[in-house]
Design a binder for this molecule. Structure first.
Ligand code: ZN
Length: 299
């Protein structure tokens, strides 16, 4: 299958924490669907529906009994329908709850401690023997993790290299994937040496093999949830939580959004960027973990 080369432009898009401020635990000023912010103000604004007008006769002239109930009924039927609620509308857990999840625990592991846990997935990964500067313990995925296949860039490129800690997280991720009938995940890249954050000097988590750019999920029935084609989000709006909206609601867009928001609710990644974030993420989901991170966010 022809594979797209990683988009260098995405290298620096992530983790613009300080500039936005939204991703810091407890800060909710950036408008994203930050954990803990999703139950903030605004969602009380359900569509206002005018009550049916009470029909009164001006004069006590006897009338036939039928028209009035019919007119009242028509007024009620003209009211806009309640928008359908989906699992992705559920408020995300608080930062304190997410902090108890796998991302915090695994991101803190030393390379030695991570290697000891590789027994969980030893038949699915192998040590990468090439040069992978700034990656703690470089691996490649060579077989399905649990029941889920990960299609990754070929060994002739560095882009399929990932750190031991991200491999452990992806293994934990498969529990959510299986719940959502995912059998395959297509990865554009994990490792991009020297990838930096946008307009900043600090390195992206891709530079450490601790981030994944996900293009597509394949389901058990053969259906594919493609990020570029099926996201249908609105830029700048929260992807998950009560205020999340789909511009086009269909089976695939609902399933994709439910899946991504379920992943965000598990505390598997510190930071998830979706097409709602910016144009550079229009075709993929960025998911990363970071040692000593104090935030969780999906934007
Ligand atoms: Zn990325």
């Amino acid at each position: 299958m022809p594979r797209r080369s990683p988009r260098q432009s995405a290298a620096g898009l992530v983790l613009s924490l300080a500039s936005c401020g939204l991703a810091l635990a407890g800060l909710t000023s950036c408008g994203g669907a930050m954990a803990g912010a999703s139950d903030g103000p605004g969602f009380a604004a359900e569509p206002v529906i005018d009550p049916p007008i009470e029909l009164k006769s001006a004069a006590p002239t006897p009338r036939l009994p039928s028209p009035e109930p019919a007119e009242v009924s028509e007024v009620a039927e003209a009211s806009p329908p309640e928008p359908t609620r989906h699992p992705f509308h559920e408020p995300l857990p608080s930062v304190a709850q997410l902090a108890k999840g796998p991302a915090n625990e695994v991101a803190q592991l030393s390379s030695a401690a991570c290697r000891k846990r590789l027994a969980e997935i030893e038949s699915s990964v192998e040590r990468f023997r090439g040069a992978a500067p700034n990656v703690g313990w470089p691996l490649r995925i060579v077989a399905p993790l649990g029941e889920v296949r990960f299609t990754v860039p070929p060994a002739s490129t560095p882009f399929g290299v990932l750190d031991c800690r991200l491999a452990l997280i992806l293994h934990e991720l498969t529990e959510v994937l299986v719940e959502h009938d995912v059998v395959r995940v297509r990865i554009d890249n994990f490792y991009r040496p020297k990838a930096r954050l946008p307009r900043r000097r600090s390195y992206s988590q891709h530079a450490h093999g601790l981030a994944a750019d996900v293009m597509e999920f394949e389901l058990r029935d053969g259906q594919r949830l493609n990020v570029e084609d099926d996201w249908h989000g609105e830029r700048g709006t929260p992807p998950c939580g009560p205020e999340a909206r789909l511009l086009e609601e269909n089976e695939r867009s609902v399933r994709l959004r439910n899946l991504v928001c379920a992943i965000a609710a598990r505390g598997l990644f510190h930071h998830i960027l979706t097409p709602n974030y910016d144009a550079a993420h229009r075709d993929h989901l960025h998911m990363d973990i970071k040692r000593d991170a104090k935030w969780f966010g999906v934007r």
